[in-house]
Design a protein around this ligand. Structure first.
Ligand SMILES: Cc1cc2nc3c(=O)[nH]c(=O)nc-3n(C[C@H](O)[C@H](O)[C@H](O)COP(=O)(O)OP(=O)(O)OC[C@H]3O[C@@H](n4cnc5c(N)ncnc54)[C@H](O)[C@@H]3O)c2cc1C
Length: 529
């Protein structure tokens, strides 16, 4: 008997929210004013990307700053693909959402009685709020999860969403999404929950890559589920690689925040030579894609697997108080960063693409919404401005809940010319494992791409798709979702014959005006898998 037929329908809610990071928990807090709320999350409540966010959350609240200036920086970073209307909403609603977070109890750091603001790469002024120095995400997650507890919101932990119920089916275009099917990973029981409004807040897909700053949960489940149900997915070729993750044998690629470079950290190659000023006038504070490619090149040139990020010239007390999490993590691995440079290399960090939404967080399926990293609102374009992602989660989560009140039956319009993933094609490939997908993506669909290697990756991923075993537990569900996301990234990257923002191809190294458009995928006749 398959899981579908065993699913019991237990429970009907006004709002079902999948995911318990900042987007999901903030949406749940707002939704409970308007109806019954159920939150599903596949691990424990705080197992998410949010908890690891370091640098902070951007908002144009400082003296001399304005939503317009923040908008211009966001547009500049996005390399010609930012949706200006969505970005204007982001920067103009930022102040109000920060006030909400303060009201909820997020303890942002202060200086002389005012909220302290840091400067990060490609921001023209200091505008990044932080908490606990570099523990911003942990403080936000802790605050929102305790609010959820105080408010008595039902959060089902260890419950992984496996399939959207309803939505677009062959000959049933326009059918509303009716709920979600989910697997309790502790009991093995599958349950179907019905909803008036289903909001996906499942985060990004950084686990597609061998080196990633994202925790294990970031397998792109919501994006894959939405694609399978017939929603549109867009901009998947734009994956942000963070230039500086700790590179030590046997240690996870722990993020070394951009804010460290904002405070004066200097990048040198393993021979001690500073290289960024020769590459970009903004030197260490150039956009992430520029710094990531420069580091990659320097690693090749020096035949090393890392470069060095040097903060030894900065005041040790400032380093320890401003970056306590990084300082402690490195010290736990026998590296005192106030005395020795930090070995770093790039790692996959942020999924710019995702489930296509309009500025209300509506997807192209009625009753289905998306917010947070799994959504593509268009604010990041081809490259995210640092610290805009936490801001995006709260601005658009709020708009999702507002929209369910003002226009409960609407949806985003379809795109005119969506693409479909190619037909899975069985060929000889190595065994399908998470590690095999991650290595292929890192080597062939990574920081620097080329048509030939992309074609090879597309073929290998398609062959794995053809051999995909049936889903029976969390690991197999995550592998299936990771594979779908990887195929979306590889096929979009092959299709986009230019370089723009985070997408760089050596065979098309320049941006091309005819590509100032989005690659959108939609499954024509969605099936369950
Ligand atoms: C190391 C690191 C540092 C960062 N630093 C910053 C920063 O300084 N500033 C900034 O703006 N951004 C930063 N980011 C990015 C930012 O943290 C994320 O974009 C943001 O937290 C995403 O929030 P979210 O709620 O959308 O997703 P997440 O916080 O990732 O939450 C997703 C949730 O969905 C759940 N989930 C996923 N799939 C399923 C499923 N199938 N069923 C049930 N539940 C599911 C997960 O378990 C999790 O609870 C950083 C990211 C990382 C990894």
């Amino acid at each position: 008997m398959d899981r579908r037929s065993r699913a019991a329908v237990t429970g009907s809610y006004d709002y079902i929210i999948v995911g318990s990071g900042i987007a999901g928990l903030y949406a749940a807090h707002l939704a409970r004013e308007h109806g019954s709320v159920l939150v599903l999350t596949k691990g424990s409540i705080d197992d998410c990307n949010t908890r690891w966010a370091q640098g902070g959350i951007a908002a144009p609240i400082g003296p001399g700053d304005s939503p317009e200036s923040h908008l211009l920086d966001t547009i500049e970073a996005g390399a010609g693909l930012v949706d200006e209307d969505a970005a204007r909403i982001l920067t103009s609603e930022a102040g109000a959402r920060i006030r909400d977070l303060v009201r909820l109890g997020v303890p942002f750091d202060t200086l002389h009685g005012e909220i302290a603001l840091a400067r990060e790469g490609a921001h023209s002024v200091p505008r990044v709020l932080h908490a606990g120095g570099d523990s911003t995400g942990a403080h936000i997650e802790l605050t929102l999860s305790s609010i959820a507890r105080q408010e008595g919101i039902t959060v089902l932990e260890h419950t992984i969403a496996t399939e959207i119920v309803g939505g677009r089916r062959k000959k049933e275009v326009g059918r509303r999404v009716e709920g979600i099917r989910a697997l309790n990973t502790q009991t093995g029981e599958t349950t179907e929950y019905s909803s008036r409004f289903l909001a996906l807040a499942t985060g990004g897909a950084g686990q597609m890559y061998r080196y990633s700053t994202n925790p294990d949960v970031a397998t792109g489940d919501g994006i894959a589920l939405a694609y399978r149900a017939g929603a549109e997915v867009t901009d998947m070729e734009f994956v942000q690689f963070h230039p500086t993750a700790l590179r030590m044998p046997g240690v996870q690629p722990f993020l070394i925040s951009e804010a460290i470079r904002g405070e004066g950290g200097i990048l040198r190659d393993v021979n001690g030579v500073r290289f960024m000023p020769d590459i970009d006038e903004r030197a260490e504070l150039a956009p992430r894609d520029v710094v990531a490619r420069a580091i990659r090149e320097r690693m090749h040139a020096t035949a090393s697997d890392h470069v060095l990020l040097d903060v030894t010239h900065l005041d040790a007390g400032v380093v320890m108080t401003r970056f306590p999490q990084i300082y402690r993590f490195c010290l736990d691995h026998s590296l005192d960063i106030t005395r020795e440079p930090i070995p770093v290399s790039p790692a996959a960090h942020y999924t710019m693409g995702g489930i296509r939404t309009n500025p209300w967080g509506e997807t192209t399926l009625r009753g289905l919404y998306a917010c947070g990293e799994c959504a593509c609102t268009g604010v990041h374009g081809a490259n995210r401005l640092a610290s805009n992602s936490l801001l995006e989660t709260v601005v658009f989560a709020r708009r999702v809940i507002d929209r369910t009140r003002s226009s409960p039956d609407s949806a985003a319009p379809d795109s005119p010319e969506p693409r479909e993933l190619s037909e899975p094609h069985p060929t000889e490939t190595p065994a399908l494992t998470r590690e095999a997908v991650q290595s292929l993506m890192w080597n062939e669909v990574g920081i620097v791409r080329h048509g030939e290697s992309l074609r090879h990756a597309v073929a290998a991923l398609s062959a794995w798709q053809a051999a995909l075993p049936s889903v029976s537990d969390r690991p197999s569900q995550e592998l299936a979702d990771l594979l779908t996301c990887s195929r979306l990234v590889a096929e979009a990257a092959l299709h986009r014959e230019e370089s723009r923002g985070a997408h760089f191809r050596t065979d098309f190294p320049e941006p091309r005006e005819e590509w100032r458009r989005h690659v959108v995928f939609r499954k024509a006749a969605p099936a369950t898998r």
